[in-house]
Design a protein around this ligand. Structure first.
Ligand SMILES: [Zn+2]
Length: 309
């Protein structure tokens, strides 16, 4: 399977049947077949190699380096198996300065979102998966039902309330968000918006979270209208991209506009415009207006539209 976007090409076997056994992970940790992916305060470990010109690499630790992190982690999470190697995420967020005692030299914790497109895409997917699960553990140390502490179970894919009268199980969350390329009703143009949070004059497809009780198609129609005043029909699903910043999946759509007057009347977009194919292609060259980053689902939706006909 080729990688269209970052984080879409995780080839690990998640081995659900193994993680059901609470003792399996602890009995499988000794030996050379373990790889550890450290996470510290939502940052991922990167090998810097000390050379300013070298490309950063994802740090996936083995041998003695993996053992040291495993002994110091407060939460170890099984991610999956690939070629008989067991991959785990390890949370070091409780350690004030993990580099001084725990981690190999020439590594540093970095924001995965900032670095991802410079990393090997498969390894970037592993780091994203690790980051997402550790983020979930950090936010579920206490039971949302009764307030008592919880403990990790099923190799890190469940947290169980320690209050025996409650005994509630909590499972990792993924929040669905829709992202859509909207085409003009009569002209060869697409609708892109500039989010107030974007750095530079970057324009992207319209996106937003799905609300409870809402179909994905309804979320597309609502979000486009809320953000741009444009009404759309013919909502068609295209592809998805895991987006663990902090815990989403982006569900990509195409939709057809039936109105054209843009009014940005919510807090998110500073501006939205109709772009012709020529204007979209120009973004990548003149850099006055920036397109979405490479290997994002937003860029893929736009590139698919540009390449049609
Ligand atoms: Zn509880």
């Amino acid at each position: 399977m080729s990688s269209r976007f970052y984080y879409d090409n995780i080839t690990l076997d998640r081995a659900h049947h193994l993680r059901m056994d609470d003792n399996w992970l602890s009995s499988s940790l000794d030996g050379d077949a373990i790889r550890i992916i450290p996470v510290w305060r939502n940052q991922s470990l990167i090998i810097t190699s000390g050379n300013a010109n070298s490309r950063p690499n994802a740090a996936i630790l083995s041998g003695n380096a993996a053992d040291i992190v495993r002994r110091n982690t407060r939460t170890l999470v099984f991610l999956g198996i690939k070629d008989d190697i067991i991959y785990c995420a390890a949370d070091l967020s409780h350690v004030e300065d993990p580099h001084s005692t725990i981690l190999p030299k020439e590594t540093s914790f970095e924001d995965l979102r900032r670095l991802a497109t410079t990393l090997n895409p498969i390894k970037a997917g592993y780091l994203a998966y690790a980051r997402a699960l550790i983020y979930w553990h950090q936010g579920h140390q206490f039971c949302g039902t009764c307030g008592h502490p919880t403990k990790s179970s099923r190799a890190g894919h469940e947290r169980v309330c320690l209050n025996s009268e409650c005994d509630k199980s909590h499972f990792p969350r993924t929040d669905p968000a829709v992202i859509v390329l909207v085409t003009h009703p009569t002209e060869d143009k697409c609708l892109l918006g500039h989010n107030k949070k974007f750095q530079g004059l970057r324009f992207s497809t319209i996106a937003g979270f799905v609300e409870p009780g809402e179909m994905l198609e309804q979320a597309v129609v609502r979000e486009v209208f809320e953000e741009t005043n444009i009404q759309v029909v013919d909502v068609v699903y295209k592809a998805s991209q895991p987006w663990p910043f902090p815990a989403s999946i982006m569900l990509g759509f195409r939709a057809q506009a039936v109105t054209t007057e843009i009014i940005c009347h919510d807090e998110e977009l500073a501006e939205a415009r109709w772009f012709s194919r020529a204007e979209v292609l120009e973004m990548a060259t003149n850099r006055k207006i920036l397109p979405p980053t490479n290997l994002s689902i937003s860029r893929w939706l736009i590139d698919c539209w540009v390449s049609e006909n």
